[in-house]
Design a protein around this ligand. Structure first.
Ligand SMILES: [Zn+2]
Length: 260
């Protein structure tokens, strides 16, 4: 059963992740999400049905048939598909037939999209964040109801609140270092990881700040940009959330010396 869930999640991640390129591009550029979804970035005309083929669409149609402009981000759709397949496969493997996988799978997909937009534009759009909260929240409530895990729901709400307030404090202290999008995303990550336990929420932010510090220093060294180098924090929050959800049990046990 768990292998089946893992396979379905990975396959779904591949197809949906690849299709999410439209969302990443349009929402990032503050353009409307209207048909035709596969349109030329240059002349705005539709690229044709083949361009929207699942997974391989960006390989089949590489250029606009009307003006011959290469498709913007030709490879990113495939990267989004591959990363989403990995993320959802890991979540499927970790949670199997547990009802909470229905909440974490769409969250995983959304975290990939948010990371992609943040990497490109230093932006965590509310047009992705709010729908994610609106979907993940009720699904966590349903998962709590299915397994009578109301304590988990309480921990999720408290973790979300604490994370939001803590990041808000950082944002108010150093507005240039921590955007308000990061504050909102921290609330979401805190809530999602906190559903598994306070230790899991702690692990999520520990990993986010640890990775952020290490990779931030590497980027500063490589680009020689010094302290002015801008490194988006969203991808680190997403990575922290994934680590906490998938490997949070052993890490939290090791940190807090509790038996499993
Ligand atoms: Zn064109």
């Amino acid at each position: 059963m768990d292998a089946l869930v893992t396979g379905v999640c990975a396959a779904g991640g591949l197809v949906l992740g690849e299709a999410m390129e439209v969302v990443v591009e349009r929402v990032g550029a503050r353009r409307p999400l209207t048909r035709p979804w596969e349109a030329c970035g240059e002349c705005d005309r539709p690229l044709g049905a083949a361009a929207g083929a699942p997974v391989v669409g960006s390989l089949v149609v590489r250029r606009c048939p009307h003006c011959d402009t290469p498709r913007a981000h030709g490879r990113r759709a495939l990267v989004l598909g591959a990363v989403s397949a990995l993320v959802l496969g890991l979540l499927g493997g970790r949670f199997g037939a547990d009802a909470v996988v229905a909440a974490y799978a769409p969250l995983g997909l959304s975290l990939v999209a948010l990371s992609a937009v943040d990497l490109e534009r230093y932006l965590l759009p509310n047009r992705i964040l709010y729908p994610t909260v609106a979907v993940t929240g009720p699904l966590l409530v349903i998962a709590s109801a299915v397994d009578h895990r109301w304590g988990s729901l309480g921990r999720a709400a408290l973790s979300a609140l604490v994370a939001f307030v803590a990041f808000l404090g950082v944002h108010l202290a150093v507005p240039r270092g921590m955007g308000f999008g990061d504050v909102r995303l921290a609330g979401l990550v805190g809530g999602a990881a906190g559903w598994l336990g306070f230790g899991h929420a702690f692990v999520a932010f520990l990993v986010a700040f640890g990775l952020g510090a290490v990779i931030g220093l590497v980027v500063m060294a490589v680009t020689r940009g010094g302290r002015k180098t801008r490194v988006p924090f969203g991808p680190f929050l997403a990575a922290g959330a994934l680590v906490a959800l998938v490997w949070g049990n052993p890490i939290a046990n090791a940190l807090f010396h509790r038996g499993s």
